[in-house]
Design a binder for this molecule. Structure first.
Ligand code: PMP
Length: 392
C-alpha cells in the first residue's frame, strides 16, 4: 500500500472511531415527503426541498420540453457556445423577482459563492464573517486570501468593534447567510446595513435558504425586512426551495457585467444543461403564482416548532423551516437518528466538522407538503426516543 493509501485508511479509521465517518446511501425514489432508501420507505424531514417542487409535474414537464428542444448537454461554457437562450429568460425572471437590474446564473450555489467572492475581494480587503456562515462562503474568502475577521454568531457588538479596527485604506465586506443553514435563524440584516453604512462596507448575502421561503412570495431576507440598500449583493440557489439546481447573483448591471468577466467559476466551466435552466424558470414562476405553498410551509413550521419547544428541546433559536434539536455529543445524535429511522422517519444527525464539537444535533427541515399526520408522527417519536436516550 502506498503511503498515501495508508494515510487514507488511517484517517477513515480515526473518523470511524470518533463516530464521524460519513458514508453515502442511495435514494431510489422521487424527493417527496417520503423517500425510499435501500427498499425502505421513510418519512423525510431532511431535504431542502421546502416547497415540494423537486418532483412537481410542471417542473418535470419544463425539463422534458427543454431536453426535447435543446438536448441534454450545453457542450461548452456560457462564454463560448453554451449560453442557451433559456438563460436570458431565467436571469430576467430573477432580476424582476429580486427587484434589481440584472442577475447572473452559476452552476451551483457553491461555485457561485467561490467564484463571486474571488472576483470581488483580494488580499488587501478585510472580510467580516459570521462564525456560522456556510462552508462555501468560507472557502471563497480563504481562496481570495483576504484578511478574515470572524465574529460570534450574530454578535453585532463584536462586529462593530472589529469594523472600527480596520485601517481606512482597506475595503470592507461583511459576509452573512440570510437564513443560517444549521441553526435556522435569520441574519440581523437591518443592523448589518446600519454597520455597513457607518463603516463603508458592502454586504455579501447568501440567500440560499431564504429564497422561496422568506419575505413576500419568497423573495428572500431583504424582502423579509423590507430593506432597500445598494450595499447588499445577494446570491441565492435554485437547489433548495426552488426544487432544482444552480445558483445566482442579483444586483446592478455594473456588478453583473464585472462578474461575467471575472468570476472564474462562471468562465471556466461548462454551462448548465438546458433542462436545469428550464426547471428554474418554471419554479420561479410557480412560487409567484401559488403563494399558498409558502404559507403552508410556515404553517407547518409553526406547528412543529411549538410542539418541539413544548417538549423542552433546545431549537438553537430557529425561526424558519430549518429546526435543529440540539443533542450535544455526536454518538448520541447518531443513536437518536438511527432510532428515528427504525420508526420510519429520516432526520439526519449533523456532527462536527459541520457544527462545532459538542453541538451535534438533529436537523429537521420541513416541507409545505408535509401533512399534519406526518408532523404528529415525528413529534411523538421525538418525545419517546428523547426520553429513552435521556436527552429530554
Ligand atoms: N449556501 C448555503 C447557505 C447552503 O446551505 C448551500 C448548500 N447547502 C450552498 C450555499 C451551496 O448551494 P448548492 O447546493 O446549490 O451548491
Amino acid at each position: 500500500m502506498s503511503s498515501w493509501e495508508s494515510q487514507f485508511q488511517e484517517e477513515s479509521e480515526r473518523l470511524q472511531a470518533q463516530g464521524l465517518l460519513r458514508t453515502l446511501f442511495a435514494v431510489d425514489s422521487e424527493q417527496d415527503t417520503t423517500i425510499t432508501i435501500s427498499g425502505k420507505r421513510l418519512l423525510s424531514f431532511c431535504s431542502n426541498n421546502y416547497l415540494g417542487l423537486a418532483n412537481h409535474p410542471l417542473l418535470k414537464q419544463a425539463a422534458i420540453s427543454a431536453i426535447e428542444k435543446f438536448g441534454v448537454g450545453a457542450g461548452a461554457s456560457r462564454l463560448v457556445s453554451g449560453n442557451c437562450s433559456l438563460y436570458e429568460t431565467l436571469e430576467n425572471e430573477i432580476a424582476t423577482f429580486k427587484g434589481v437590474e440584472k442577475a447572473l446564473v452559476f452552476n451551483s450555489g457553491y461555485t457561485a459563492n467561490v467564484g463571486i467572492l474571488n472576483a470581488l475581494i483580494g488580499e488587501d480587503d478585510w472580510v467580516y464573517f459570521d462564525r456560522l456562515n456556510h462552508a462555501s462562503l468560507f472557502d471563497g474568502v480563504k481562496m481570495a486570501g483576504s484578511r478574515l475577521r470572524v465574529y460570534r454568531h450574530k454578535d453585532m457588538d463584536q462586529l462593530k468593534k472589529l469594523l472600527s479596527e480596520r485601517p481606512s485604506l482597506h475595503r470592507a465586506m461583511i459576509v452573512t447567510d440570510g437564513v443560517f443553514s444549521m441553526d435556522g435563524d435569520i441574519a440581523a440584516l437591518p443592523d448589518l446595513v446600519l454597520l455597513a453604512n457607518q463603516y463603508d462596507a458592502i454586504i455579501y448575502l447568501d440567500d440560499a435558504h431564504a429564497t422561496g421561503v422568506l419575505g413576500e412570495n419568497g423573495k428572500g431576507t431583504r424582502a423579509h425586512f423590507d430593506l432597500q440598500s445598494d450595499r447588499i449583493i445577494e446570491m441565492g440557489t435554485f437547489s433548495k426551495a426552488l426544487g432544482g439546481f444552480g445558483g445566482f447573483v442579483a444586483g446592478s448591471e455594473r456588478l453583473i457585467s464585472y462578474l461575467m468577466n471575472k468570476a472564474k467559476s462562471l468562465i471556466y466551466t461548462t454551462a448548465l444543461p438546458p433542462s436545469v435552466i428550464a426547471t428554474a424558470i418554471a419554479a420561479i414562476q410557480l412560487i409567484q403564482k401559488e403563494p399558498s405553498r409558502i404559507m403552508r410551509l410556515w404553517d407547518n413550521t409553526a406547528t412543529l416548532r411549538e410542539a418541539i419547544i413544548a417538549m423542552g428541546y433546545d431549537t438553537c433559536g430557529s425561526e424558519t423551516p430549518i429546526i435543529p434539536i440540539l443533542i450535544g455529543e455526536a454518538d448520541v445524535a447518531m443513536a437518536f437518528s438511527k432510532r428515528l429511522i427504525a420508526c420510519g422517519i429520516y432526520v439526519p444527525a449533523i456532527r462536527p466538522p459541520t457544527v462545532p464539537k459538542g453541538k451535534s444535533r438533529l436537523r429537521i427541515t420541513l416541507m409545505a407538503t408535509h401533512t399534519k399526520e406526518q408532523i404528529a408522527l415525528l413529534t411523538s417519536s421525538l418525545k419517546e426516543i428523547g426520553s429513552d436516550l435521556g436527552v429530554l
